[in-house]
Design a protein around this ligand. Structure first.
Ligand code: URA
Length: 186
């Protein structure tokens, strides 16, 4: 089976998963991008636009994220974009239980893609992968290794939409990411 087929199989599992759908709505949003991506961007949970279309990060936060990716000199087609939670939570914010459950699907996706680095966009992504509550404003720009995987902690683009003064912090983290990728220092 090719990586694309394996990812499709996981997307089909997500579409059938009753636990994923509990207290959530809309289409499943399994993620999209290059099955061979060196970089995976991990968000929080789909918003309304994403739940309507089934595509990740296509609303305001998504446009900002995609612009930051290209501004950093990376190509969208070379990365994979997803979230630990695969459906729009009824309350907007996912619960810890949602995040822990989503991790099961996400871990399978990461095992197929085998990225060199996973960019954790905000506290939910950090909690999903590092199982820790970490103050993002203190720890952004940090590279963490855990269980054989490498992570870069940064802000969620929604935080930049709320507090535009933080944009340079996130841009600096993406510059670091670009340096790592182009130096092949991964
Ligand atoms: N925010 C996320 O974390 N993921 C999306 O897909 C959209 C917005």
């Amino acid at each position: 089976m090719t990586k694309t087929q394996k990812l499709q199989q996981i997307a089909d599992e997500i579409a059938r998963c009753r636990t994923c759908k509990a207290q959530k709505s809309g289409k499943p949003v399994p993620g999209e991008g290059n099955p061979d991506a060196d970089i995976v961007f991990l968000g929080e949970a789909p918003g309304r636009n994403e739940a309507l279309s089934g595509r990740p990060f296509i609303g305001r936060s998504g446009k900002l994220l995609r612009r930051m990716i290209t501004d950093a000199g990376l190509r969208e087609a070379e990365v994979f974009i997803t979230s630990p939670v695969k459906y729009l939570p009824d309350r907007g914010t996912p619960t810890k239980k949602d995040i822990k459950h989503g991790r099961a699907h996400l871990t399978k996706q990461l095992a197929v893609i085998e990225p060199k680095i996973i960019v954790l966009l905000g506290a939910t992504a950090v909690y999903a992968m590092l199982e820790e509550v970490i103050p993002i404003m203190k720890k952004h720009g940090t590279i963490v290794e855990k269980d054989g995987r490498r992570y870069l902690i940064t802000l969620h683009p929604a935080a930049i939409l709320r507090f535009p003064k933080y944009a340079p912090l996130m841009r600096a983290d993406f510059t670091l990411l670009k340096r790592l990728v182009f130096k092949k220092g991964l």
